[in-house]
Design a protein around this ligand. Structure first.
Ligand code: FES
Length: 101
């Protein structure tokens, strides 16, 4: 447990998502208009990589069957997924974006 480097500063543009692996987990790091959020990368429906879906504002859309989630709190917004995503703390340092896993 602890913060790991997830991206270089300015690596992700607003609206972009990056998959980050650490501690045996996959996390989707999301840039929402300059604010970073980190949630599970694996869709709870059938395991799609959410980093390959679309990030629209604070909503991320699963690339497989179109479930959506709020990346600010992990809440599921539309089926066919029914479970929320786990959220992870994010901090921005002088040179990097870090996620606590
Ligand atoms: S795998 Fe994500 S909605 Fe089906």
């Amino acid at each position: 447990m602890g913060f790991i480097k997830a991206a270089d500063l300015n690596e992700l543009q607003p609206g972009q998502v990056k998959m980050v692996a650490g501690e045996g987990r996959e996390i989707a790091l999301c840039n929402v208009n300059g604010t970073y959020y980190a949630v599970d990368n694996i869709c709870p429906h059938m395991g799609a990589p959410l980093c390959e879906g679309d990030l629209d504002g604070t909503d991320i859309w699963c690339p497989f069957h179109g479930a959506s989630f709020d990346v600010t709190n992990g809440e599921v917004l539309s089926p066919p997924a029914y479970e929320n995503l786990t959220c992870f703390p994010v901090r921005v340092t002088d040179s990097a974006i870090e996620v606590e896993i």
